[in-house]
Design a protein around this ligand. Structure first.
Ligand code: AMP
Length: 302
């Protein structure tokens, strides 16, 4: 099944203990799309400026990513983000954000994108996420991402988004900020009370937690010793998870658990190099090989 994603498209500059890079291909929707394209065809909606290198569009198109929803704004500049990771690689500081074309982004879904059964609202303003939802016709599964910035600055719109989505993906500090609850198990269920049927809390190197009315569980991260740049780990987690669900055309409890595992595995490759560099070297077989190791790692006799 095709999967629609709307979110940021960026040129990122990152500083990690492993090195610094400027103007890398990034953005929530880019990371998400690339990860999801191991599993299903993706329809990408976002905005870039005239400075957007055309080879980035070609790279996306070389995967199963339909870029007809990519708006190139005449005279505009692409969104820029600059981040620095601390030595533990878990904490990061945003040093610069230049919204540029993202500041006036008005998402317009091409007609045939509107009936996409699987929809992901990647990190972006809740006002934009609502505009996307208004254009979608009869989606079967809608999942959103969010971040601290929107929890603080657009709380009302975010609450509206939460009433209209099936699932929410956010990280541990964001779940605490949204609910005022320190205990993550309680926080996860409190987020559900805003509306989503399921909530995933990402915990970086500690994996991800899942919450629904019937289930609460945690899956560990896949232990990789090569940690170069964590940027995009969260977005590629979501891309792997949603891509797998769209491929399967299912979102029952067992499928969701396997989808979480695929998300964790795609993210474990993402962090092994800058930008999409590591993901560009791997294919579906590499994911499945890592899935075998991950399964063995998690199974034991009672
Ligand atoms: P992640 O590491 O998965 O949390 O996501 C990192 C990506 O989020 C980077 O590629 C950034 O370009 C993008 N990003 C950072 N800040 C924002 C923002 N305010 N709105 C949308 N995307 C953002």
């Amino acid at each position: 099944m095709p999967l629609l994603v709307v979110g940021s498209i960026a040129l990122d500059s990152v500083d990690t203990p492993q090195g610094s890079r400027d103007e890398l291909l990034g953005g929530s929707a880019v990371y998400f799309s690339y990860a999801a394209s191991y599993f299903t065809s993706v329809r990408l909606v976002g905005a870039v400026g005239e400075d957007w290198p055309v080879e980035h569009t070609r790279l996306l198109e070389s995967r199963r990513i339909d870029t007809r929803g990519l708006q190139v704004v005449p005279g505009g500049a692409t969104f820029r983000w600059r981040g620095k990771y601390m030595t533990n690689m878990n904490d990061r500081e945003t040093l610069e954000v230049h919204l540029n074309v993202l500041g006036s982004f008005d998402p317009v879904l091409p007609d045939d994108f509107r009936r996409c059964p699987f929809v992901f609202l990647a990190n972006g303003s809740p006002a934009i996420q609502l505009k996307v939802l208004d254009q979608c016709i009869g989606p079967r599964l809608v999942v959103a991402d969010t971040m601290d910035l929107w929890i603080r600055s657009e709380h009302e719109n975010l609450v509206e988004v939460l009433k209209r989505v099936d699932g929410l993906v956010l990280n541990d500090s964001e779940a605490r900020l949204l609910t005022g609850e320190e205990n993550l198990v309680l926080a996860g269920h409190k987020v559900r009370e805003f509306g989503p049927k399921f909530v995933v809390i990402k915990k970086g190197e500690h994996g991800a937690m899942f919450f629904s009315e019937f289930e609460t569980y945690v899956l560990p991260a896949f232990p990789t010793s090569t940690l170069v740049d964590p940027t995009g780990a969260g977005d590629t987690f979501a891309g792997g998870m949603m891509g797998y669900l769209a491929e399967l055309d299912a979102f029952d409890a067992d499928s969701l658990k396997r989808a979480m595992a695929y998300g964790i595995l795609v993210a474990s490759f993402t962090v092994e190099d800058f930008s999409l560099d590591r993901l560009r070297q791997i294919d579906r077989r590499d994911l499945d090989l890592r899935m075998d190791k991950y399964r063995r790692m998690l199974s034991f006799d009672a």
